[in-house]
Structures are given as structure tokens and as C-alpha cells.
Design a protein around this ligand. Sequence first.
Ligand SMILES: Nc1nc2c(ncn2[C@@H]2O[C@H](COP(=O)(O)OP(=O)(O)OP(=O)(O)O)[C@@H](O)[C@H]2O)c(=O)[nH]1
Ligand SMILES: C[S@@+](CC[C@H](N)C(=O)[O-])C[C@H]1O[C@@H](n2cnc3c(N)ncnc32)[C@H](O)[C@@H]1O
Ligand code: SF4
Ligand code: SF4
Length: 364
Amino acid sequence: MPAVPAAVVPSASTQPRPAGTSSGLPDQFGRVASDMRLSLTDKCNLRCTYCMPEDGLEWLKKDKLLNAAEIVRLVGLGVNKLGVRELRLTGGEPLVRADLVEIIAALRRNHPELPISLTTNGVGLAKKARALADAGLTRLNVSMDTLHHDAFLQLTRRPFLDQVLAGIEAAAAAGLHPIKVNAVLLRGINDRHGAELLAWCLERGYELRFIEQMPLDADHGWTREGMITAAEIRELLSSDFELAPDPRSRDGAPAERFEVRRPGSAELLGTVGIIASVTEPFCSDCRRTRITAEGKVMSCLFSRTEVDLLPLLRAGSAQSDDDAVVSRWQDAMWAKPKAHGMGHPGLGDADFVQPERSMSAIGG
Ligand SMILES: Nc1nc2c(ncn2[C@@H]2O[C@H](COP(=O)(O)OP(=O)(O)OP(=O)(O)O)[C@@H](O)[C@H]2O)c(=O)[nH]1
Ligand SMILES: C[S@@+](CC[C@H](N)C(=O)[O-])C[C@H]1O[C@@H](n2cnc3c(N)ncnc32)[C@H](O)[C@@H]1O
Ligand code: SF4
Ligand code: SF4
């Protein structure tokens, strides 16, 4: 079974962070991170082919994971000292974490105004949606690649589509709006289901986003030729829908949004997003800082260097320790690569090296 790599690289900066960059999370290229993506676990109950291997991964031991108090402390440092303005909880599958509701409630008590969102596969969501909303979750994104049971099984290797559908419904009933649905299209499996999935989401007021498959699968099976591009997705949708650029500002978001209408009709049905990380990268506007489930800063989704905050978090809780954590986090972000983990965008390029960690072990 492949193991989650234990690599710890103290600092990746080629150039030290200059004196004077004492506030926030700036990098060498003029970007400032304010969007914190925190992985709560590397575990998952699905085995999506574009993410996890069939046999799963060797899960981190519980004592290696950030505990609830450490999570609350890290978010506090992010918000109070480093300019974090948005928090996303992800994984692995965040719903498998038994203390998820308590974590959200504690974060909400400390940060009444902070937008807190969750990215989930929706399995088990039906039972938890109300508690998540009551605890103070702002909204959530559910990953669902198809409405077809056979394709769902082929993609996720688990027969849980009905659970996901029930979860989305429960989230809507709990008022966790806006609900966004994430779908990765794979050639020959669900690429022909895109228009149907969009119609389903539009009817229910959910915002669908198609995601280009990135080379972050544990099986290392991704190819630039094999993936479905944003241009292809727009083409696949064009016989059923007309897409026009959404006039609202993109504001650094991965998804480019489009207004959706039926061909020849003026009626606005809703919007669809396309997250074209491979063919239309958005790295120049990136505001994301990632923390893995075991407390490592990954300045970029494709970083091959990681900066471990856990030893500092576990060294004590005094003010001086807070300063050390903040400073190490800032150093890590200063070293953020320009794009795609290297000096230029190009996920299919010869010099691109896929990180050892799969998406589930990074925190998508
Ligand atoms: N290349 C790249 N892709 C990202 C990044 N952040 C998110 N994505 C992609 O966007 C997908 C959707 O992310 P979500 O977790 O739903 O969050 P989001 O789209 O940033 O969030 P909202 O639009 O604010 O709801 C992820 O699965 C990734 O495929 C990033 O920093 N770099
Ligand atoms: C890693 S998952 C973590 C949260 C949760 N388990 C879920 O699936 O929503 C977050 C997102 O990453 C996406 N994802 C996973 N592997 C990917 C890949 N290789 N390329 C693009 N997106 C990927 C998933 O579709 C999902 O929307
Ligand atoms: S994409 Fe999410 S649900 Fe699918 S295997 Fe990865 S972590 Fe699990
Ligand atoms: S690939 Fe790295 S730099 Fe580009 S948007 Fe994603 S996290 Fe940001």
C-alpha cells in the first residue's frame, strides 16, 4: 500500500523573506494569501480514481493529526495575525472526522464573521447537515461527478450516489446556501453526463463547477492528452446551453463563472463554473495558503516542499511560540512557487514534477 510521505522540508525559500515583510502572508511574486484551506484528515470513504488508489492509503496515526485545539489555534493565528479572511475545511473527507461539528462551533465562537466553508463528498452529509449549519458553517461544496449509479461506482469505486444526493438535499434544507457541486469529467466515463448534471443543478438552484483533472492522482495515471479540457467542456455543453461570461468579478477564485441560458432564450437559468487549472491557469492571482491534516504548510497545491508547524504548535502555548508559528508560516508562504509548484505554469510540461502526495493527502 502506498504511504503518505513523511517528508518534511524545513524551508523552501530560495530567497529569505526580507525584513519588513512582517505582516500577512505575502510571497515573492506580489501575491498575498488570505484564503486558508485546512485539511482535517487524510482519510476518505471513497476512492475516486483521479485522487486515491484503489486500496486506499496508509492513514496518518491520530496523534500525527492536528487536534481540535491546534486547529482552533492555527485558524486564530491566521485570522488575527496573518490576514486570513476566508476558511475552507477540506480533506480527505472532512465528514469522517468525529469532532467536525465541535471544531466548527469553536471556530465560529472565536470568529463570528469569518466565512467558513466545507468541501465534502457528501457521504453521510444527510445526517450531519443540520448540525453543521447550527454549529456555524457558512456554506458547502459537494463533489458529485455524475447522476448515474454505474458511472459513480466506476469513478469513486463505491456505491454511495444515493447518499450523496440525500446529503445535498439535506444541506439545502439546512440553509447552507449557496450550494456548489464539483464535478471532474473523465473521458469515456462521465464526459457525456455534463449537460444533464448542469440541468439538474440549475433546476435546484445549485452552482455546478466542472474541474479539469489535474496530475494529483495517487496512481500517477494523468496525461495532458487524456484529460478533458475547459474548451471541450464548453463544447460539450453547447448543444444544450449558451454560456456567457458572468459580469461579476472573479476575485481570485479558481472557477471562471458563466451565465447559462437555453440556446435562443433570454431567460437566465443560473451560472456554471469552470475550473481550468491545467489549460487556463489562475496562479497569478492565487491567494491560497494550505495546511495539511498534520500541520504542514503547502504554499501551492503542487509544492514539493512542506513546512511543518506541528513541532512549534506542540512546543507550548505561550506568546513567543505563537510568534514562531506565525513567522514559520510566513517564511513558507514567501517561498510560494510562481505557478504549478515551479517557475511557470505548465502541468503537462517536461519540467513539471507531480508531488508525491495525492490530492486527498494534500487537502483539495
Ligand atoms: N490549481 C488549483 N486548483 C485549485 C486550487 N484551489 C482549488 N482548486 C480546484 O478547485 C476545486 C474546487 O475547490 P473547492 O474546494 O470547491 O473550493 P473553491 O472553488 O476554491 O471555492 P468557492 O468557489 O469559494 O466555493 C478543487 O478541487 C481544485 O480542483 C488551487 O489553489 N490551485
Ligand atoms: C480532494 S477532495 C477533498 C474533499 C472531499 N473529499 C471531496 O471530494 O469533495 C476536494 C476536491 O478535489 C477534487 N479533486 C480530487 N482530485 C483531483 C484531481 N486530480 N484533479 C482535479 N480535482 C481533483 C475533487 O473532485 C473534490 O472536488
Ligand atoms: S476526491 Fe475527495 S472523495 Fe474522492 S477520493 Fe479524493 S478525497 Fe475522497
Ligand atoms: S497551482 Fe499553486 S499557485 Fe497555482 S493557483 Fe494552485 S495553489 Fe495557486
